[in-house]
Design a protein. Structure first.
Length: 212
């Protein structure tokens, strides 16, 4: 059985947790919560949630920025270091993209307008870089996504490549080419696994030990 770490913040609602569990299980992956390390696991999924602590990228919080969950930030930092050190596959979603970027030395825009539309299934298009892993998975250079965030990556972290952008230049996907599989998307594919977004979870499974 393929098993991945799925950390959450203490305040993550059960309904949101369920979407990630269901998406992983639909792809043949068993989520494991409440872990302190990745021993015996095959990968790491960094999920959505509260804003990343601005102190991690040397900034003061702006008015719109939520109170940080420093316990979650520390845990996810340790898990991400372990995953990158062992070259375990990482899939990062929404806050997960932002945390990955910050952890690798990047920064965030703490508030952007018109990207938080939690009830809209198809919010806007993104342009996907030809030849990227994301392009290979989704088989498209333009793709329609949902949008539930009010922050975005700004300065890109070390080694990361921007592989999708929204109109106006908002970063919608990042990849780490130096690792076997590190893919981050700003939208929420776990909410749309009845369509092509399911391919992201299938690709995540295939990148892991024993994945087919």
């Amino acid at each position: 059985m393929i098993r991945v770490a799925l950390p959450f913040g203490a305040g993550t609602p059960e309904e949101k947790r369920g979407h990630y569990r269901d998406a992983l299980r639909q792809a043949g992956i068993e989520p494991v919560e409440g872990v302190a390390d990745l021993a015996g696991l095959d990968g790491l999924l960094l999920a959505g949630g509260t804003d990343v602590d601005p102190a991690l990228y040397g900034a003061a919080p702006e008015v719109e920025t939520e109170d940080p969950d420093r316990v979650r930030d520390r845990l996810e930092g340790a898990l991400l270091d372990e995953a990158l050190g062992r070259d375990l596959p990482v899939l990062a979603i929404c806050r997960g993209l932002q945390f990955l970027n910050v952890h690798l030395g990047g920064t965030l825009r703490q508030h952007i307008e018109d990207h938080k539309k939690p009830k809209v299934r198809d919010a806007h298009t993104v342009k996907i870089a030809p030849g990227s892993r994301l392009h290979t998975i989704l088989e498209a250079q333009e793709y329609v996504v949902n949008s539930r965030h009010h922050q975005s990556a700004d300065r890109v972290g070390q080694g990361l490549a921007v592989t999708a952008t929204a109109p106006g230049g908002v970063i919608e996907a990042l990849e780490l080419p130096a690792r076997r599989f590190v893919l981050a998307v700003q939208w929420h594919p776990e909410a749309r696994t009845d369509g092509p977004d399911a391919r992201l979870f299938d690709a995540f499974r295939k990148a892991m030990r024993g994945g087919r």
